[in-house]
Write a protein that binds this ligand. Sequence first.
Ligand code: GDP
Ligand code: MG
Length: 328
Amino acid sequence: MTRSGFVSLIGKPNAGKSTLMNYIVGMKIAITSAKPQTTRNRIETVYTDENGQIIFLDTPGIHKAKNRLGQYMDKVAFQASKDVDIVVWLVEPTTRISQNEEMIAENLKNTDKPVFLVINKIDTVKPAVILEVIETYKKLLDFSEIIPVSALKGTNVDDLKETIFKYLPEGPLYFDPDTVTDQPERQIVAELIREKALFDLDDEIPHGIAVVVEKMHERKRRGQEDQSSYSKEEKPEKPDTGYLDDSTVVDINAVIVCERESHKGIIIGKHGSMLKKIGSEARKDIEDLLGCRVNLKLWVKVRDKWRDSDIMMKNFGYDMKEVRIDEK
Ligand code: GDP
Ligand code: MG
């Protein structure tokens, strides 16, 4: 008998949602960043073991909408608390509760689903603080479970998984056990590039950048074409280059889209140095992800006010139609 179901992972930007997903699936699929709002689209992470399958919906952080993109993300975040079996609310280990938390708690009062409070980053505080945090949150909502964890160190993460399975119904494996995410590779690649850009640009450019992967094409490296015609037994020993598949190269062309002409200059940097840095860091991660060599070419383009335009959002893959909202 296996158990399976959907878990919506909610929490403020920076609470550690992506880090938790990464720890659980042991691969860099969800995108982590020290900056909020890196995870823009809903990312489904699939975890499978002998107990069954947990499908995590890693939603963008719930935050106050500042523009259309913000509103969109709020809708996605709240959407995720419907049609799921469990809601996991990830919080910082602090007793300071903002309006945001109150808003989330208020919203969760109406759900008939089990709600877990997961207090993250316990590696950064003393045990006494954790107890205070638990007491503070208990006053906000009647949680089914309260589990302190460190997503970074993995503390209590096994506990969390086991407890989730206890609450999931009996069910089939919805995804192939090898699946870790249903996000298309292109989107993950775009997120990886965006992550590096946000990190390297520091605070010089706010969140007004998007990355579009225009081409992603796999080819055999020159001189390696004949390798695939060997049968398994007679295949010559591969030189250890560190690549899973040393005979393949993936050519990727991607565009970083920014809001202003002045931003373009900053992203490119002196003699292209910034763009080079972003590109080489992103390439390493993409090579890890794909397990082969990657030839990455980056461009920078300016688009005015894309954040506030529906059409532009569609172009960037934020399809408004995908969000079902029950208008009251
Ligand atoms: P998200 O916005 O909720 O997806 O948050 P991220 O997973 O991107 O994490 C935000 C930041 O918090 C990153 O710098 C993480 O390394 C850090 N972080 C996440 N979990 C932990 C944790 O358990 N302990 C510590 N010390 N840092 C953490
Ligand atoms: Mg994230």
